[in-house]
Design a protein around this ligand. Structure first.
Ligand code: F6P
Length: 373
């Protein structure tokens, strides 16, 4: 009988329980494997904190948000211990060996793919599933969590429309998405936003204000501006480009580390800087403006039908791959099916919105301002 371990890592999202159930049901009932879960992501793996997973644990979880296993953003090779970090890779390997596991399933986003790759390099049989509301995992058509978050953000924009119209206001609505614009772009199109600002297309506040003033001139005295938390102005984009170049051209490891830290700090500080944008728009247009930050609402609650199906089909495909002895891969969504893609091909990369993506053109052809100067 094969034994597998399973963990969820990174930010939670709707569909994680559906994925655990998909892997678990197929592994236990179809392929007669035994399954243990590790609590709170890689931290639980390094500390050997487990949950035995059987029919009882899997019952009734398909529709639940969050993860029955708990999650954390902890990395095995940089585990926070008090006020420092320690490489706990060896402890993770020990736990795997102690339970005589044949494989470890890691369900997570971009960071998890990298950490899973590290575990594979440390000798574990690893297989991953792509989850994130950001939709930025490289190598997969999409990831579960995204559809639900998109629906929540769209509903929010729908509701903001009536209050924006009644008060003749600008409402800036900030979506999550980290450094990717999928959520803002998708919800902006679906919700009929008048401007959509995403990290991949730097914006000029003046261009957005001009578009809003033009709407007002035509009698449309309200505007909805959907902004990804990572959206940046032309000026910010130039600073990031400069810092990225410094990192790339660094002569020594020390210089690269410094440039990398500066870059991360800059990203960190400018993410979520939409209050400034809201105030600037009010000043430049003379139209009263309000900001709504959707935040973690986008990650909570029951998964959409599409996410339940996606998580279940990728989870069951994962169990089949485990049964066949395929490891070192992510189970990617490909059309209505799935494909095993090598972790080495995808780890460390991000799927961002491209300038020529059909959603970008769609937005432009429906008159949405993308803030280009
Ligand atoms: O990656 C998912 C995500 O929700 C991002 O969109 C967001 O930037 C981040 O996680 C927030 O992380 P946390 O929940 O740790 O604040």
């Amino acid at each position: 009988m094969k034994s597998i371990g399973i963990l969820t890592s990174g930010g939670d999202c709707p569909g994680l329980n559906a994925a655990i159930r998909g892997v678990g049901k197929a592994a236990i009932e179809e392929f007669e494997m035994s399954v243990i879960g590790f609590r709170d992501g890689f931290r639980g793996l390094t500390q050997d904190r487990i949950l035995r997973v059987g029919g009882e644990q899997l019952a009734g979880i398909l529709t639940d948000g969050g993860t029955i296993l708990g999650t954390s953003r902890d990395k095995p090779h940089k585990m926070p211990i008090g006020d420092r970090t320690e490489d706990m890779t060896a402890a993770a390997v020990d736990t795997y060996k102690k339970h005589a596991l044949d494989a470890l399933v890691c369900i997570g986003g971009g960071g998890t793919q990298k950490n899973a790759m590290r575990m594979a390099e440390a000798g574990l049989n690893v297989i991953t599933l792509p989850k994130t509301i950001d939709n930025d995992i490289f190598g997969t058509d999409t990831s579960f969590g995204f559809d639900t978050a998109l629906q929540i953000a769209t509903e929010a924009i729908d509701r903001l429309h009536s209050t924006a119209t009644s008060h003749h206001r600008i409402i800036v609505v900030e979506t999550m998405g980290h450094r990717a614009g999928w959520l803002a772009l998708g919800a902006g199109i679906a919700g009929g936003a008048d401007a959509i600002l995403i990290p991949e297309i730097p914006y000029s506040v003046e261009a957005v204000a001009a578009a809003i003033r033009e709407r007002a001139r035509r009698g449309r005295r309200f505007s909805i501006v959907a902004v990804a938390e990572g959206a940046m102005t032309d000026k910010e984009a130039k600073t990031i480009e400069k810092l990225a170049l410094q990192k790339k051209d660094a002569d020594s490891k020390k210089e690269r580390k410094e440039a990398s830290a500066q870059l991360a700090e800059f990203h960190e500080n400018h993410v979520g800087n939409t209050l400034k944008l809201t105030k600037q728009l009010e000043e430049l247009t003379g139209i009263e403006s309000r900001l709504t930050i959707l935040g973690h609402l986008q990650r909570g609650g029951t998964p959409s039908a599409a996410d339940r199906i996606l998580a279940t089909r990728l989870g069951t495909a994962c169990a089949e791959l485990l049964h066949n002895g395929t490891f070192g891969v992510m189970v990617a969504a490909r059309g209505d099916g799935s494909e095993a893609v090598s972790l080495s091909e995808i780890a460390g990369q991000k799927k961002l919105v491209t300038e020529d993506h059909p959603w970008v053109r769609t937005a432009e052809l429906t008159g949405v301002c993308l803030g280009r100067s």
